[in-house]
Design a protein around this ligand. Structure first.
Ligand SMILES: C[S@@+](CC[C@H](N)C(=O)[O-])C[C@H]1O[C@@H](n2cnc3c(N)ncnc32)[C@H](O)[C@@H]1O
Length: 220
């Protein structure tokens, strides 16, 4: 078993936990190509389905079935959506605070677990979700092959893998990030919905807040 993230390492968790408990929180994106931006990450991870980019709901409606494993579930928005529809869903995330928020929001089955620890001990699944650009959790091609082989051992015949990714080389929008673009659906995805979600704000380093507030009421 890999080591559990310490509170200091749990950046995703702190952001979503703070936001959920009423403190404004940010996600800062710094990419190896020099792109630098503040995204409204936590509010997007807590967004109601009406504010999701359309392809996410469409993917769940059309393809999610049976027992579902949501890998990198964060605050559990997709898992909760399917749970409410009566599906048996397990959400896993490496971030303890994200899992705490997912449970607080009502996700019945949620575990602190890295994608590296996903194994057939969890049982058999008919659907695996890796939305929110979680294709990136595969890290590199050889690890992707290894994990996909492992997924085969914990999925039923005909199981579905719903994975989202972003090709940053295939967009002219420097702020394109997490779940705002799917190459196959970009034609139907309108700019209006990006604005409505207020997901991304381009910033320069100078315009970053000098301090990012955190709540004192952390559970860990
Ligand atoms: C971009 S967010 C997407 C969250 C969620 N799927 C959504 O769309 O709202 C990525 C999530 O993956 C989690 N994560 C990062 N590395 C992980 C790993 N190795 N194993 C499992 N989860 C991981 C993060 O903690 C974070 O919650």
């Amino acid at each position: 078993m890999s080591k559990r993230l310490t509170s200091e390492q749990d950046a995703f968790g702190h952001a979503v936990w703070d936001h959920y408990h009423g403190t404004n929180a940010f996600e800062i994106i710094e990419r190896s190509d020099g792109h630098f931006a503040i995204s409204s990450g936590p509010s997007a991870y807590l967004a109601e389905p009406a504010f999701w980019v359309p392809h996410e709901r469409e993917a769940l409606e059309r393809h999610a079935h049976g027992r579902v494993l949501d890998i990198g579930c964060n605050a559990g928005r997709h898992a909760l959506y399917l749970q409410q529809k009566g599906l048996d869903v397990l959400g896993v995330d490496v971030s303890p605070l994200s899992i705490a928020v997912a449970k607080e929001r009502g996700l019945e089955k949620a575990e602190v677990l890295s994608i590296d620890e996903v194994s057939k001990e969890l049982g058999t699944f008919d659907t695996i979700l890796m939305l929110g650009n979680n294709f990136g959790l595969f890290a590199n091609p050889s690890k992707a092959r290894r994990l996909l082989r492992r997924f085969k051992t914990l999925t039923s015949p005909g199981a579905t893998l719903i994975v989202e990714s972003l090709n940053i080389y295939n967009t002219k929008d420097p702020d394109a990030s997490r779940s705002t673009r799917a190459p196959t659906t970009s034609a139907t995805f309108s700019k209006a919905s990006t604005t409505r979600c207020a997901r991304h704000t381009s910033v320069t380093r100078k315009s970053l807040p000098t301090s990012i507030p955190t709540s004192r009421r952390m559970p860990c």
